[in-house]
Ligand binder design. Structure first.
Ligand SMILES: C[S@@+](CC[C@H](N)C(=O)[O-])C[C@H]1O[C@@H](n2cnc3c(N)ncnc32)[C@H](O)[C@@H]1O
Length: 235
């Protein structure tokens, strides 16, 4: 799988109406490609203005299938298809208690907030203080005041709001940190990019009374998890 080629920074030229049109076209494309099936996830993707979670120098590329750089160390907003790629197999739905490890831009948390609705809960953890501050500003500006934002290492999870119905890691790990599986309800699901050799696979984990069932979904390419359960980077 090739690495991502990030387009060059440039001044924003597109209007609000142009972004809205691109958002609608992207949602149609996600349905046509088979990434997007659920009506709640579709509505969320149509509603949340992705461009407002992207730094101005990359905003014109908001609906391109590339991850884009964010303030902070190696942080990116994932490419548009990543969100249904994670949320569809999770079966993220109304009323769920959802934990995200890797807040990034805040866009994934905003989508999740729309999907789980007022009856649900979204908790998102970010390890990088610069990225965290950026996401917090984005979410406040977009009117999301009821997402629990935590600055710190998400590897140990967030026990004060556990148990969770659904958990996702948006950074690649060698193995899912055991505290996250502990904080998942029986019947709950967790999605994470997991490293195997030099490749990464998106893996769905379902917690049963008898143990964890793991299914590999597809090959992916994500930034590495940092912190206590992180992947040591070779620089
Ligand atoms: C692909 S980006 C997240 C994309 C994000 N979900 C969005 O919608 O923009 C991965 C993020 O995980 C963060 N991260 C890496 N290791 C982490 C850890 N142990 N705990 C919390 N966040 C972590 C990175 O700093 C980065 O912001």
């Amino acid at each position: 799988m090739p690495g991502w080629i990030i387009p060059p920074p440039k001044a924003q030229t597109k209007s609000r109406a142009e972004f809205q049109q691109e958002r609608k076209e992207k949602v149609r494309w996600l349905v046509a490609q088979g990434y997007l099936k659920s009506e709640r996830i579709r509505e969320a993707l149509l509603k949340v203005p992705r461009e407002e979670f992207i730094p101005p120098a990359y905003r014109d590329y908001a609906y391109r299938e590339v991850p884009l750089p964010l303030p902070g160390a190696r942080a990116t907003i994932s490419c548009p298809h990543s969100y249904p790629l994670f949320y569809e197999p999770l079966g993220l739905d109304r009323g769920h208690r959802f934990l995200e490890i890797g807040l990034g831009s805040g866009y994934g948390a905003a989508l999740a907030r729309e999907i789980v609705g007022a009856e649900g809960l979204v908790v998102s953890v970010e390890i990088d203080p610069v990225t965290y501050a950026y996401a917090k500003r984005n979410l406040e500006a977009a009117g999301y005041q009821d997402i629990v934002l935590v600055l710190g290492d998400g590897g140990p999870g967030c026990p004060e709001w556990a148990p969770y119905d659904r958990i996702c890691l948006t950074a690649a790990c060698l193995m899912v940190p055991p505290p996250l599986l502990e904080q998942l309800k029986v019947g709950g699901r967790l999605v994470a990019p997991v490293l195997e050799g030099s490749a990464q696979y998106l893996a769905l984990h379902e917690k049963r009374a008898e143990g964890i069932e793991k299914i590999i979904l597809c090959e992916v390419l994500y930034v590495s998890l940092r912190g206590r359960y992180g992947v040591r980077e070779v620089s």
